[in-house]
Design a protein around this ligand. Structure first.
Ligand code: NAD
Length: 327
């Protein structure tokens, strides 16, 4: 795929910007399509913004006319679709934007991509890579891990809207032949994540001496993947994934929320001792509505078929994250 043109949606966001940076570093030309909502920040792609291989298109994925123009002007060889509303709490208090961007926006993008794909010569080489979440599979008990063929069972407006978008992408392959690949990933952490998310909130509040809010008793379990590992997995799935196939992406780093807070606080105690443990700032708050207990990803398929495995140990990734947030 070297020198190929990649249309990345949501490339000013947390994961999209890591994809843009890595793709340019690997020799792709990138068109970054982003509406710059509250979650988008062009500083995230500052290091590649001056590259001749980088173009920014300020557009909304719900705007079909803009999408059609962008496809016809830039003639991408592949699409990596990351643009989304992504915060579960916001989806509970205001689901509408999630339905609009994640469902309708994905539909508009699929239609624009299909219209373009029908006009090109090398149709088998084109890819529409849809980036999704493990949250579509629902919630697990103490044991087990999500597999690609598990039934969908989303529990929040966010995960329901992502599940809907996954189904649309699958159908645009099954019905119209669009060459798609879908990936479903566990929770990401790393530089450039929006401050509203859990790990940036822990760091910010610990550093400023404000209470660190933890839902319920902090027992909910998440599997944490370093964002640069995710970006690498995504480029692997784009390049070598089988058309029409889904790949789960995880790290095997499971942690209860309270353990994660403990880990980050003790790292901060070492870096910026404040006289008393940062962990003392923890404040348990009323649990999130419908809070999923545990997510865990079975990544066997991507390991065996595409030879990809997460390589960043949790402590190393967290140190890099702290380096970035502490500046
Ligand atoms: P993010 O919220 O940091 O970034 C989303 C980006 O999409 C922003 O730059 C925003 O401006 C842009 N955007 C939003 N609505 C748009 C629209 N209508 N048109 C064009 N651009 C729009 O999200 P993220 O955490 O980087 O997640 C990226 C993708 O990965 C999402 O699809 C998300 O569902 C998925 N995902 C995220 C995680 C995670 O832990 N963050 C885990 C698994 C999957």
């Amino acid at each position: 795929m070297m020198n190929k043109r990649l249309l990345v949606t949501g490339g000013a966001g947390f994961i999209g910007s890591a994809v843009v940076r890595q793709a340019i570093g690997s020799g792709y030309s990138v068109i970054n399509l982003d509406a710059l909502t509250y979650a988008g920040n062009l500083n995230n792609v500052e290091e590649v913004a001056g590259s001749p291989s980088y173009i920014f298109e300020h557009a909304d994925i719900c705007d079909r006319e803009a999408l059609e123009r962008i496809f016809s002007v830039h003639k991408p060889d592949a699409v990596m679709h990351l643009a989304a509303e992504s915060h579960v709490d916001r989806s509970i208090s205001g689901p509408s934007a999630f339905m609009e961007t994640n469902v309708n926006g994905t539909y508009q993008l699929l239609e624009a991509a299909l219209g373009y794909w029908n006009t090109i010569g090398n149709r088998a080489d084109f890819r529409f890579h849809h980036i999704s979440t493990d949250e579509v599979y629902g919630s697990l008990g103490e044991s087990g891990a999500f597999k690609e063929d598990d039934p969908y069972s989303p529990n929040s407006p966010y995960s329901a809207s992502k599940a809907a978008s996954d189904h649309l992408v699958r159908v645009w392959h099954h019905t119209y032949g669009l060459p798609v690949v879908i990936t479903n990933c566990s929770n990401n952490y790393g530089p450039c994540q929006h401050p509203e998310k859990f790990i940036p909130t822990i760091i910010r509040n610990a550093v400023s001496g404000t209470p660190i809010p933890v839902y319920g008793k902090g027992l909910n379990v998440r599997e944490w993947l370093f964002v640069e590992d995710h970006a690498e997995a995504l480029l692997t799935a784009l390049e070598r994934g089988t058309i029409g196939r889904t790949y789960n992406i995880g790290s095997d780093n499971e942690s209860a929320n309270i353990e994660l807070v403990e880990k980050i606080c003790s790292m901060l105690d070492e870096r910026i001792p404040s006289g008393k443990p940062h962990f003392d700032l923890v404040e348990f708050v009323e649990d999130r509505l419908g809070h999923d207990f545990r997510y865990s990803i079975d990544s066997t398929r991507i390991k065996q078929e595409l030879n990809w495995e997460a390589s960043t140990p949790f402590e190393v990734g967290l140190e890099k994250t702290l380096d970035w947030y502490l500046g």
